[in-house]
Design a protein around this ligand. Structure first.
Ligand code: SF4
Length: 170
């Protein structure tokens, strides 16, 4: 399967899966897409649409869709709304990527991570630690996608709801 690293762009989706399953990163990079009809995706969308809808604006930057939640007192907030706190590390990393992309465009922002169902709210900053984590994740993603084969499947909690489950475990 042909893959051109020069054409490859690290998006929020890759960063998200990098924190959950390295194999999934490779599968996605080859255009083997997950089933978007998965019921978990629908619940996520439902919460996303119903929560914070009054002060939320979706914008697209460098091909990534992100939620700009507030712009109060000169502070721009970039948010990620999740249906549970199960994959907060992935969501945190995703926000760091968004903040970094905005910074490249000259826009300073802060991140906020929300889990409406659990009334949870956590701030995410692109500080020294955040930058280091993001750089490591990006490097790790490039190493995976440049490989000729996907990493072997590792059974994790997420496999139960993963659209690649049949492919990995049939
Ligand atoms: S089924 Fe499990 S191992 Fe396979 S891609 Fe999904 S999460 Fe990864």
């Amino acid at each position: 399967m042909y893959f051109d690293p020069q054409q490859f762009k690290i998006t929020g989706t890759y960063v998200w899966y990098y924190c959950i399953c390295k194999r999934e990163v490779w599968l996605l990079s080859r255009g083997i897409t997950a089933d978007q009809q998965d019921s978990n995706v629908d619940i996520g969308r439902f919460i996303h649409e119903r929560s914070y809808s009054r002060d939320k604006k979706e914008v697209e930057i460098n091909g990534m869709k992100l939620d700009i939640l507030q712009n109060n007192k000169g502070r721009l907030l970039v948010g990620e709304i999740k249906k549970s706190s199960k994959y907060l590390e992935s969501a945190r990393m995703q926000i760091l990527l968004y903040l970094s992309e905005l910074e490249k465009e000259g826009i300073k922002a802060e991140g906020v991570l929300m889990v409406p169902q659990e009334k949870k709210r956590e701030s995410v900053l692109l500080d020294e630690v955040g930058r280091k984590q993001l750089d490591e994740a990006k490097q790790g993603i490039m190493e995976i996608v440049c490989g000729d084969f996907p990493p072997p499947p590792l059974r994790i909690y997420y496999c139960k709801s993963c659209a690649y489950s049949e492919m990995c475990w049939a």
